[in-house]
Ligand binder design. Structure first.
Ligand code: PLP
Length: 443
């Protein structure tokens, strides 16, 4: 069965979820794959495209997750397939730091053009988001001669040793995996639903803590997700990000926006910081950058990036030529189809549907997010007490009825909706009919 743009755009369930053929594969997975590698929705996928995932039993599910914000341009998007296939046939690897090739430099040039700010920028490419974050910290430490790293409550930055230290949530990301890298300090995030603070007041709270407990002259970098991903799409109050960026600038601290989940038109702008006109010193990107192939980047002020000695940055596969070709294809899709506008339209549709669900179910404490990155937080009605059990019940109903939904949040009580931007309005409306049904059925 072929995938990509040719897949019939229709939800269709022909077996229970999981069906018998997926169940066989799940048994095989159980036998050969480490249990620590979990599964959100237990069906095996055979093809995907548009807004549909097709499983091995022939069920067609609606995708509201994009493989965690990765297939923003859709699965097997035309330009991604064309460019990556051409590259695959030409050569698959040289190692850019052994003998370079154009695709890597083309991606770096595109990143210089698209990321915020009109200063001189340079990039280094890697494979995963965690690797990009690790390298951003290496560069910030090298450039400043300082060690401390400041991160936020509810943050997610990855699963390697340093990025586990930077990630907030214990289960499942950190439990039993320590000791963690040192000199990482956590301060309070702006979380309007839960702290009721203005952006300025929340920033003052965080800055006071950095001053008192870390000392600004020790801080190499402040790292923040402009809209938190795994933390539950927490959108800081207006003014929070600009105040932190100003504080960083005044104190010689490198301000790093981790746009790995929020970047590449997901929020309706190229990057989430664009919404408040914030210009970070460095930006980390991955996920949506390459339409599903593994690629990540650190893009920053040229003088910061160039502070590292030759040979100090790299890795065997970083900026793999096929992944770079895929990224150029994905960016071409975003530009030629104005997918930022599509993200805003999808955001409006989701906001309308989610507000309607909130109006009927007081267990929905808040609808939040920006563009095609929307979430609802689930609490015990009329309180702020998180309700992960209800969240799981609604998710299970959606999964059984052919809707791929993802949860998130420190307390596991948030639904995050990240549809591919190639999904149709019809499929989205149908998906949110099922989400609404799920709330009614589990009330
Ligand atoms: C997913 C994510 C990461 C880690 O990316 P991996 O490719 O899984 O290593 C880092 N930061 C943010 C904001 C993310 O969403």
């Amino acid at each position: 069965m072929s995938g990509g743009p040719t897949i019939p755009q229709k939800r269709n369930l022909v077996t229970a979820i999981p069906g018998p053929l997926s169940q066989e594969r799940l048994d095989r997975k159980k036998a050969f794959v480490a249990d620590g590698v979990g599964t959100t929705l237990p069906v095996f996928i055979e093809a995907a495209g548009g807004g549909i995932l097709v499983d091995v039993d022939g069920n067609s599910l609606i995708d509201l997750g994009s493989g965690i914000a990765v297939t923003t341009v859709g699965n097997s998007a035309e330009k991604v397939v064309a460019r990556a296939s051409e590259q695959l046939a030409a050569f698959t690897h040289t190692c850019f730091t052994v003998t370079p090739y154009d695709g890597y430099v083309d991606v770096a040039a595109k990143l210089a053009e698209l990321t915020p700010g009109d200063h001189a920028k340079k990039s280094a490419l890697f494979n995963s988001g965690a690797e990009a974050v690790e390298n951003a910290i290496k560069i910030a430490r090298h450039a400043t001669g300082r060690n401390a790293v400041v991160v936020f409550d509810h943050a997610y930055h990855g699963r390697t040793n340093l990025t586990m230290a930077m990630t907030a949530k214990n289960m499942p990301y950190k439990d039993g995996f320590g000791p963690f890298a040192g000199d990482v300090y956590r301060v309070p995030m702006s979380y309007p639903l839960r702290d009721g603070l203005s952006g300025a007041d929340a920033a003052a709270r965080a800055i006071d803590m950095i001053h008192a407990q870390v000392g600004e002259t020790r801080v190499a970098a402040i790292v923040i997700e402009p809209i938190q991903g795994e933390g539950g799409f927490v959108v800081p109050a207006p003014g929070f990000l600009p105040a932190l960026a100003a504080y960083a600038r005044e104190n010689g601290i490198v301000f790093i926006a981790d746009e790995i989940q929020s970047g590449f038109v997901r929020t309706g702008d190229w990057f989430a910081v664009d919404h408040e006109g914030v210009v970070p010193d460095m930006v980390t990107t991955a996920k949506g950058i390459a339409g599903g192939l593994p690629l990540s980047a650190v893009t920053g002020r040229a003088e910061l990036m160039d502070s590292v000695h030759a040979g100090g940055l790299g890795g065997t596969y970083g900026g793999n030529p096929v992944a770079c070709a895929a990224a150029l294809g994905a960016i071409e899709e975003m530009e030629t189809h104005d997918l930022a506008a599509r993200a805003r339209a999808i955001g409006d549709l989701m906001q309308r549907r989610l507000e309607a669900i909130k109006a009927e179910h007081p267990t929905v404490a808040e609808v939040r997010g920006r563009g095609a990155m929307k979430a609802i937080e689930i609490t015990k009605a009329g309180t702020l007490e998180p309700d992960p059990l209800r969240t799981n019940a609604v998710a299970a109903y959606c999964h059984q009825n052919g809707i791929m939904v993802l949860t998130a949040g420190t307390w596991g009580n948030v639904f995050r909706f990240l549809p591919p931007l190639s999904i149709s309005d019809e499929l989205l409306e149908e998906a949110f009919d099922v989400v609404a049904e799920a709330f009614a059925a589990t009330a």
